[in-house]
Ligand binder design. Structure first.
Ligand SMILES: Cc1ncc(COP(=O)(O)O)c(C=O)c1O
Length: 490
């Protein structure tokens, strides 16, 4: 039975204005995408009029299909312009040491990384069991790529103090079957830049490709450097770097759905493509994973870049840099909190040294005060932490954040750490993923307040339970919990 008030396919169509009102009603429960109080998921420059421009550009090209660049040359022109801009910003193009850079526009960082791995894998058809070397601080999308593409993942630990991999460990992880070595500029979790030049050198010495994941930082580090920050070499200026990814839907402030994957030359890119003519339909060639692709995100990104321009991005980077400094000071001012890394990009990441101050409770207290931060679970000797992705829109809020953080920390101390029933903790610590039964999952979810409805306001208990579980069990619990959310609405 369709719910006639909310069902997606009512028996009788609903007038346009009401549909939009309904969507706005649904959106009211979302985290605020604007206003500088959200430190993950959304990248907001706080520039008046930019949303309207991007939306208008999106609408112009929403129905254009990237499936066939000859049918829609507008899209090809905009894609080539985006790739050219990204390449130029990242040390490639005419007059540089990487004059033959080419690239593709993808739907996001994950797609760019999957394709970087695919290109590396398919360049070595001689290898039965290709492998990639990825520091554990590398984005989880590399593990996803390895999983999807049946490539083995060789993780490299990071130093608990510098949060970077040792170059010797990277070198030692490279084997004859290695097709790709990865470095991050910077890592998402902690915002630290890997020793790209050294990693690229050991990869090159072994004759292996080196991908720099600059999905997060590729559109900020160049501006921060121009502003005088000591940004180490990380782009095509570094010999041995064979590909770079940069997400335009992050710090280029384009709406979601646009990333760029660059290769140093067309030969490196060629195995990324997929062409198929062995069927009776249209001849198909796909540079990226999707076949039909909306022109909307690409046009919106093109409009955003052209409107903001270099001067705009430089201004936004300066504002963001100052906001990062202000937020880091706010963390330093709270007893018991400690920056996990000195900020060197646009991330502020902190941990708690005081056992009476539970970070997951602190995150909930901040949420209750309208500040949305991202908890990160303890992992492989690294403590639990709180991640703040800092965007330009945060700048006007920095002065309010300090008192809010201090207040939230006091409230978290007063509330005390989460205490889960010992038998639950013991279960989380000892259960194997295979031993999870539907009943056990339903019981766990109910006990934690998770179910078909929206997630509970307070997530500290969920995070504490996940943290108590070994990694493979964490993954299984996440799958099961999200499976509970994704149920058809009739
Ligand atoms: C360094 C890095 N790589 C890759 C990704 C994945 O990007 P996306 O979420 O657009 O797929 C992210 C996302 O935060 C990231 O920070």
């Amino acid at each position: 039975m369709i719910d006639e008030t909310t069902g997606a396919l009512p028996v009788e169509g609903v007038p346009a204005a009401r549909v939009l009102d309904e969507i706005r009603g649904l959106r009211a429960a979302d985290r605020p995408t604007h206003g500088g109080r959200l430190f993950a998921y959304v990248y907001d420059p706080g520039v008046a009029g930019l949303d309207e421009l991007a939306q208008a550009a999106y609408a112009e090209s929403a129905h254009v299909n990237g499936l066939d660049p000859t049918a829609f040359p507008s899209l090809l022109a905009m894609e080539n312009a985006l790739v050219g801009a990204a390449a130029r910003l990242l040390g490639g193009g005419p007059g540089t040491s990487a004059p033959d850079v080419v690239g593709s526009v993808t739907s996001g960082g994950t797609e760019s990384l999957i394709l970087a791995v695919k290109a590396a894998r398919d360049a070595r058809p001689d290898l039965a069991e290709p492998r990639i070397v990825v520091p554990v601080s590398g984005h989880a999308a590399f593990a996803k790529a390895a999983h999807y593409l049946r490539v083995a993942l060789d993780p490299v630990p990071v130093d608990p103090v510098t949060l970077r991999p040792a170059v010797a460990d990277v070198a030692a992880a490279i084997r004859p079957e290695t097709v790709l070595v990865v470095a991050s500029a910077p890592s998402y979790a902690h915002g630290v830049i890997d020793p790209v030049a050294e990693i690229a050198a050991v990869a090159a010495a072994a004759g292996v490709r080196c991908h720099v994941d600059a999905c997060f930082g590729g559109w900020t580090l160049p501006w921060l450097r121009r502003l005088g920050a000591p940004v180490p070499p990380f782009d095509f200026a570094v010999p041995g770097v064979t590909s770079i990814s940069v997400d335009l839907h992050k710090y280029a402030y384009a709406p979601k759905g646009v990333s760029v994957l660059l290769h140093r030359d067309p030969g490196l890119r060629a195995p990324q493509f997929f062409a198929y003519a062995d069927w009776p339909g249209y001849t198909m060639v796909n540079p990226v994973i999707a076949s039909t692709r909306s022109g909307g995100p690409i046009a919106a990104a093109y409009a955003t870049l052209r409107h903001l321009g270099e001067d705009g991005y430089l201004r936004l980077a300066a504002v963001t840099r100052d906001a990062v400094a202000g937020l880091a000071d706010a963390v330093r001012a709270v007893d018991g909190l400690r920056l996990l890394a000195e900020p060197e990009s646009t991330v502020v990441c902190f941990t708690a040294d005081d056992p009476g101050l539970d970070l997951f409770v602190l995150v909930d207290e901040l949420t209750a005060r309208g500040w949305h931060t991202q908890p990160q679970l303890a992992y492989a000797g690294l403590p639990a932490s709180v991640h703040l992705t800092v965007t330009a829109a945060v700048a006007p809020r920095v002065a309010e954040f300090g008192p809010a953080l201090a207040e939230a920390a006091a409230a978290a101390r007063a509330a005390g750490p989460v205490v889960l029933p010992p038998e639950l903790l013991a279960l989380a610590g000892s259960l194997t993923p295979e031993a999870l039964t539907p009943d056990l999952i339903a019981g766990l979810a109910a006990g934690l307040g998770l179910g078909a409805g929206p997630a509970p306001d307070r997530m500290a208990a969920v995070n504490t339970l996940l943290q108590a579980a070994p990694v493979r069990l964490r993954e299984r619990l996440l799958v099961e919990f999200v499976g509970l959310l994704q149920r058809p609405a009739w």
